[in-house]
Design a protein around this ligand. Structure first.
Ligand SMILES: Cc1ncc(COP(=O)(O)O)c(C=O)c1O
Length: 456
């Protein structure tokens, strides 16, 4: 075992990124524009500014500027919990007996427990800068809501969170962290919005989905003066903010002359993966280097691997713009999988375009095999991983085991997006042997995909 590379590679404050990297600037095939669901026309600044903060709309629509400076207030906040460690998984390598070299970028070192804080503070900053009084949002697993409530508390903004009902019930502790930071938390679907009431009328026992919660949060933002809606994933602006993960990881690896062969991340709406791969994919797009990039999603919500690349609504209530993405249909409600943050019917349009163009791969994994990997990892590396992050661990272990068979010394980098301290009901189900794998049938998917809007 070479000790030249430390267990943890940190960057100094002066080595931290001063600008986010906008991957779209290097894409030949740009992600398709958001469309107005009423007119079917691409949405511009004026169409979007009623929902999102002005500066975030500019970032959303900017397909050309490669680097966007990180404002001082955000950089100062980042310094409270970043740079996040890049860990060489020596213990995991040894236990697996693999010749592969495994690195992971750990984003769970802040109180909110995940990478979501990287975009939450950016979005809250721009809302405050615009003189708004508050923001609304949805949250699945609760990490995004927690992160946003932390950022809003720091900047003195109100924060209303619609939390997917099954997570609200499964994760009462996350709810209380959000309330402690001053956010109001409503289980979704709820009867506090028109769209929520409609969804409940159709299916009073629904466990909810991110798509439902988004519809409610958008309605609440557009009907409350001084508020805008913010989103924790999927959008281009969120991938932009999350590029800080990849920029730091690349700078740390470059310090030791390490180039990964395989880069792996879990994919819910695509923000951590889009952020982690950003500078590497940039090199790939510019023809400077090549990497194998793997998105890992749950078999219960397989948007990349079994979805369709088409325009669809970003939400269940069909009030949001249409995005061209890999989707399972906006009405698709996945089984109550424990990786709440990966239960989204669609995928970032940037990642969807890259996948469509063959620049990355995707695979779907089953819940119990994900928890087997999580348990294995926790026992050797010490960190209790979030169920979402454990999807990436599953794939990283599988790739490392392939290296063991072939004897190849590949370098694997994966994103460890968060901790699993608030996911102990999931671990309990796994430990008790009551965890199940629910995979949608072809018929269920076909029925959901049949409702895709017809765009010319
Ligand atoms: C810990 C963690 N990892 C990953 C995700 C997936 O989101 P994304 O694909 O936007 O990174 C979530 C979403 O809530 C999460 O909480």
């Amino acid at each position: 075992m070479s000790q030249e590379i430390p267990y943890k590679i940190y960057l100094s404050e002066s080595e931290m990124p001063t600008a986010w990297y906008n991957l779209r600037a290097d894409m030949k095939n740009k992600p398709a524009p958001l469309l107005n669901p009423g007119t079917g026309k691409p949405m511009g600044f004026d169409d979007l500014r009623g929902v999102f903060c002005d500066e975030l709309v500019r970032q959303e629509l900017d397909n050309d500027t490669p680097y966007i400076e990180i404002p001082d207030e955000i950089r100062s906040f980042y310094k409270m919990y970043r740079p996040s460690p890049l860990v060489r998984a020596y213990c995991l390598e040894k236990k697996l007996g693999t010749p592969a070299k495994i690195y992971y970028k750990f984003e769970g070192n802040n109180t909110s427990g995940s990478h979501k804080l990287n975009s939450a503070i950016a979005q809250a900053h721009y809302a405050k800068q615009q003189g708004l009084t508050g923001v609304t949002t949805e949250t699945g697993a609760g990490q995004w809501g927690t992160a946003l409530s932390m950022a809003c508390a720091y900047l003195g903004l109100d924060c209303k969170v619609y939390m997917v009902k099954c997570s609200y019930e499964q994760k009462p502790f996350r709810r209380e962290v959000m309330r402690t930071y001053g956010a109001s938390v409503t289980p979704s679907p709820s009867n506090t919005t028109n769209v929520g009431r409609k969804i409940l009328e159709k299916d009073p026992n629904t466990t909810g989905s991110l798509g439902c919660a988004i519809s409610e949060a958008v309605e609440a933002a557009t009907t409350t003066p001084g508020y805008r809606y913010v989103l924790g994933s999927v959008l281009n602006q969120v991938l932009l903010h999350q590029s800080v993960i990849g920029l730091e990881a690349k700078a740390a690896l470059d310090k030791y002359g390490v180039k990964p062969d395989i880069i792996i991340g879990c994919a819910g709406g695509g923000s951590n993966l889009g952020g982690l791969i950003a500078p590497f994919m940039g090199q790939k797009l510019r023809g400077e280097a090549d990497y194998r990039i793997i998105a890992v999603e749950p078999a219960s919500c397989p948007s990349f691997t079994r979805g369709k690349f088409a325009y669809d609504f970003c939400d269940t209530g069909m009030v949001c713009p249409l995005a061209k993405m890999y989707t399972l249909g906006s009405g698709f409600i996945p089984s109550a999988n424990h990786a709440g943050g990966l239960r989204y019917h669609g995928m970032s349009s940037t990642l969807s375009q890259l996948y469509h163009d063959g620049l990355m791969e995707a695979r779907a994994v089953e819940q119990t095999s994900v928890f087997e990997a999580a348990e294995y990892f926790a026992r050797v590396e010490g960190i209790l991983p979030a169920p979402e992050s454990s999807h990436a661990i599953r794939a990283a272990i599988d790739e490392a085991l392939k290296c063991k068979e072939t004897g190849e010394e590949k370098t694997i980098l994966f994103g460890l997006t968060g901790t699993g301290y608030f996911d102990l009901y999931a671990y309990e189900a796994f430990n008790n042997g009551t965890m199940t794998d629910t995979i949608p049938t072809d018929e269920q998917l076909a029925a959901s995909l049949a409702t895709l809007p017809q765009i010319g």
